[in-house]
Design a protein around this ligand. Sequence first.
Ligand code: SF4
Ligand code: SF4
Length: 165
Amino acid sequence: MAQVVPNTLKGFGVTLKQVFKKPLTQQYPEYKHPVYPRFRGRHRLHVHANGLEKCVGCSLCAAACPADCIRVVAAENTPENRVSAGERYARIYEINLSRCIFCGYCELACPFDAITLGNDFEISEYNRDDLIYDKEMLLKEPVKKVPVADRSLYDTPIPYYRSHS
Ligand code: SF4
Ligand code: SF4
């Protein structure tokens, strides 16, 4: 109880300090603040240099996903229809981004680096169904781009936040 008054005053002090600070307004979306290089945003599916898909439809990403938002339906590659470098490929690959928590577990679980999380965060839609990204969408380069901060600022022995806070 004795600590309540000093702690309350301390809280007011923090608020009061902000009142005299110059406001910082960023004109989004004209100006986009660069995101942290390892920021996890919209997913991408990748292909090999020869054009074959890296994904072999193993569903390890789906098994690792805590939000249960990945759906993979695999099919066999044939000599007439070779889609991926493995025995099978993902005939259907969907991610429901309205459920995704961007934890990155799918990326970690994938043995072929077929799925990665990019930096793009501008993925809002008016309709929830539009947030179900299919394979075609995931294979495409994202339309919207956000700037990414200089990686060298962060890959230092002393973390950036320690030397600048
Ligand atoms: S980032 Fe996490 S929640 Fe989102 S699809 Fe991957 S594993 Fe699932
Ligand atoms: S993205 Fe990777 S883990 Fe997921 S099904 Fe394809 S190969 Fe397997």
